[in-house]
Design a protein around this ligand. Structure first.
Ligand code: NAP
Length: 214
C-alpha cells in the first residue's frame, strides 16, 4: 500500500489519484482524521481501480510500505521526527521542494543538509529516502484527462528503492522516469522547481521538465 504524509494537499491528492488510477491501494494521511477521510473520499469518487482510504499520518507511516512525504518544507522536520520509528525499514519518497515566494517570485530555500530530501534521510537513518516528483504540477495530476508529458527525475542512494519508485512513476500516463543518481543530486531538482514556478508565472503556463539526449 502507498501512503501519503500530508496527503490532503493538492500534490498528495494528485499523486494519490494517479496511483489509484493505476490500480494501487492508497492511504491519504493528515494530522486530522476527518480531513484525511474527506480527501480520500474525493479521490475515491474519481475513476480509480485501487482502494483509497484516509487515516492519521501516524497510521499511514505504520501501515503503508511505501510512504510519500507531501507536506510543506516548513513542516517536514517535525512530521518526520514524530514518525521515525514507523518509517524504519521503508522506502520514503520525498516530493518536497523548499520554495518560498517573495514579491510574487519563487525562491529556493537554502537547506543546511543540501536538500529537503537529504535532510529527510538524516532524520530517517533507517529508511531509504528517494527524491522524486518535486517538479510535477499538482493541477495536472488532479486532472485525470491530462497526460503528464514530463520526466520525473529520481534520486536515491539505494538502487532497489530507486528502481521501485522509477517503475511506480511510469504508471502515470506520460511520465518517463529518469535516473538522477544519488540523493545528493536532489538539490538540483528541488532548485529547478523554483525555476519552473517562475517560468509558469512569466508565461502563464504549467512548465515541466524533459531531459533530451538520453
Ligand atoms: N502543489 C504542487 O503543484 C507541488 C508540485 C510538486 C511538489 N510539491 C511539493 O509537495 C509538497 C506538498 O505540496 P502541496 O501544494 O500539496 O502543499 P500544502 O497543500 O501546503 O500541504 C499539504 C498538506 O500538508 C499538511 N501540512 C501543512 N502544514 C503542515 C505542517 N506544518 N506540518 C505537517 N503537515 C502540514 C496539510 O495537511 P493536514 O492539515 O491535513 O495535516 C496539507 O494539506 C510541498 O512540499 C511542495 O513543495 C507541490
Amino acid at each position: 500500500m502507498i501512503g501519503f504524509i500530508g496527503g490532503t494537499g493538492p500534490e498528495g491528492r494528485g499523486l494519490s489519484l494517479r496511483f489509484a488510477m493505476a490500480g494501487e491501494d492508497v492511504l491519504v494521511g493528515s494530522r486530522d482524521a476527518g480531513r484525511a477521510v474527506e480527501a480520500a473520499s474525493k479521490v475515491a469518487r474519481r475513476k480509480v481501480s485501487g482502494k483509497v482510504s484516509g487515516a492519521l499520518n501516524v497510521e499511514v507511516a505504520r501501515r503503508a510500505d511505501l510512504v510519500f512525504v507531501t507536506v510543506p518544507y516548513e513542516g517536514q522536520r517535525a512530521a518526520l521526527e514524530a514518525l521515525r520509528g514507523h518509517l524504519a525499514g521503508k522506502v520514503v519518497v520525498d516530493a518536497v521542494a523548499p520554495v518560498r515566494f517573495e514579491g510574487g517570485a519563487a525562491r529556493a530555500v537554502a537547506v543546511a543538509s543540501g536538500s529537503a530530501a537529504q535532510e529527510a534521510q538524516a532524520l530517517l537513518p533507517e529508511s531509504n529516502v528517494v527524491a522524486a516528483f518535486q517538479t510535477v504540477s499538482a493541477r495536472d495530476l488532479l486532472n485525470p484527462t491530462v497526460s503528464i508529458d514530463s520526466d520525473v527525475v529520481v534520486c536515491a542512494d539505494d538502487a532497489h528503492a530507486k528502481r521501485r519508485v522509477m517503475a511506480l512513476a511510469e504508471t502515470i500516463r506520460g511520465v518517463r522516469a529518469v535516473d538522477g543518481g544519488g540523493l545528493a543530486n536532489a538539490r538540483y531538482v528541488e532548485g529547478v522547481t523554483a525555476l519552473l514556478l517562475n517560468v509558469n508565472r512569466i508565461y502563464k503556463a504549467r512548465a515541466a521538465i524533459k531531459i533530451v539526449g538520453i
